[in-house]
Write a protein that binds this ligand. Structure first.
Ligand SMILES: Cc1ncc(COP(=O)(O)O)c(C=O)c1O
Length: 458
């Protein structure tokens, strides 16, 4: 029997999968799974990929019984580690529809319906930034791919000037910038200078850093990365000040708002992002604070045609997609990927279902939870704030704890299936102190959740 044919087993399997998806989407009691080693998992499930196959029902049972339980759902209300996520149920549902629809999202000719929806969602994201008329963006696999697409666009634009064509480019960011900025500078083979502060990078700091460059370094400097919500502490750089320096120095200004970008929707903090409208490119991850399922990042450009010059792929087999008869917006032209899932589709459906006001409210709740946690920490004699909460990040120390105490506590809570809260480091003078960190995304996290976590540090 061919594996592409329909038979009764397939129908039954489809119903099983749908039942699983319905249970998962409607459940409010998902557990924090316990990680297991690959050897332990292998011992539990045995050989799964064989010449004859083990059968869908058996494989699915292994998934439900053992494998799923070794994952930590990012949307658990007590998962406050790294940048968690909390996709809306509507978005998750439409992720299933996206998969079932088999859409190639690279070119309008093949994916017009899906790309149209993505673009409707993108218009809302662009409107939050205040970028000028003509600005637009595309959905990427995440912030890393968005940052790379932006850096490469900036570098290619810089290299249009013949005197730079044989030079290795240079960018400036701060040590607060996300690890992907450094990683993507490596991929793009550009040098990077990091301003030695994890606090807010200002226009003045940037000017100082530029003044310290050698003549050759200054020649090679083509872009600056500001962060709109650092991953570690939720700090928003002085985007307006940095934009002014970039304008005066003729530098590309990229804002990495992969995590913080969702907060552009929140009236209470929107002013902190002033200056973002002057950026040449912006990264915003809907899979972080815009409640999309993985994976869904986005890169926005003030002048999308520059991204097209950098990323549009050429090949005789692709000509038809660019023919006049195939007219339309081709997402592949604006980022590093050719074949792509229409990964903005779940966001579109959720936005269409709920409206943008619900998004504002959900983001405001994350901000509020950080303030509530800050007050609880102030009142609790065992812990103290390392700095005031910023966006939805809270850094705090357990008085008297050594780094290994934080690690032990994290493992214990994880093993119990109670919470995932991980330590980080914060620069304190010349040293880095190990501290605890909350990052709130999920509006279903309760004050009781926070209290229980703090009490577990006694
Ligand atoms: C500020 C920032 N930039 C970039 C990234 C990388 O995004 P992704 O993990 O989606 O590639 C992150 C991830 O946390 C981030 O917080």
């Amino acid at each position: 029997m061919s594996m592409h044919k329909i038979d009764i087993e397939l129908v039954e399997m489809t119903l099983d999968v749908m039942k699983y998806a319905i249970d998962r989407i409607s459940s409010t009691k998902n557990k924090i799974g316990k990680p297991k080693s690959a050897e332990q998992l292998k011992a539990l499930v045995g050989e799964t990929v064989t010449e004859k196959g083990i059968g869908g029902e058996y494989a699915f049972n292994l998934w439900k019984k053992h494998l799923m339980k070794a994952n930590v759902p990012v949307d658990h209300p007590r998962n406050l580690a790294f940048v968690p996520a909390s996709p809306t149920r509507a978005a998750v549902m439409f992720d299933l529809v996206t998969s079932a629809s088999s859409i190639h999202g690279a070119y309008w000719m093949e994916g017009a319906g899906g790309i149209f929806c993505e673009n409707e969602a993108m218009k809302w994201i662009v409107s939050l930034t205040g970028l000028p008329e003509g600005a637009f963006g595309v959905f990427t696999s995440g912030g890393t791919a968005a940052n790379l697409s932006a850096i490469v666009t900036a570098r290619e634009y810089w290299r249009q000037n013949k005197s730079y064509q044989r030079e290795k480019g240079l960018i400036i960011a701060s040590i607060g910038a996300h690890s992907s900025i450094k990683a993507m500078a490596k991929v793009a083979d550009v040098d990077i200078i990091l301003v030695e502060s994890e606090e807010r990078l200002t226009g003045e700091d940037l000017k100082k850093a530029i003044n310290q460059l050698t003549e050759h370094q200054r020649k090679c400097l083509f872009a600056v990365v500001g962060t709109g919500g650092t991953t570690n502490a939720g700090i928003i750089d002085d985007l307006d000040g940095i934009a002014t320096v970039c304008e005066n120095e003729n530098l590309w200004f990229h804002v990495d708002a992969a995590y913080g970008g969702g907060a552009l929707a929140a009236d209470s903090v929107r002013h902190l992002f002033n200056g973002i409208e002057k950026a040449d490119s912006i990264t915003i991850d809907p899979h972080k604070w815009m409640f999309s399922p993985y994976d869904c990042g986005a890169v926005l450009y003030k002048k999308p045609e520059l991204a097209k010059q950098a990323h549009s792929q050429q090949g005789s087999y692709l000509d038809i997609f660019k023919d006049e008869g195939a007219h339309g917006f081709n997402p592949t032209d604006y980022q590093i990927q050719l074949t792509r899932r229409v990964r903005g589709l779940p966001l579109w459906f959720s936005l269409a279902t709920h409206g943008t006001d619900r998004y504002k409210e959900a983001v405001e709740r994350g901000l509020e939870l950080a303030q509530i946690a800050g007050k609880m920490i102030d009142k609790n004699p065992n812990v103290e704030l390392v700095r005031e909460p910023s966006l939805s990040c809270v850094l705090y120390r357990r008085i008297g704890w050594k780094p290994e105490d934080y690690t032990h506590w994290t493992y214990e809570n994880h093993k119990k299936g109670f919470a995932l809260v991980t330590p980080t480091k914060w620069k304190n003078g010349d040293t880095f102190e190990t501290v605890s960190r909350f990052c709130f995304i999920n509006p279903d996290t309760t004050e009781n959740d926070i209290e229980m976590i703090l009490n577990s540090m006694e």
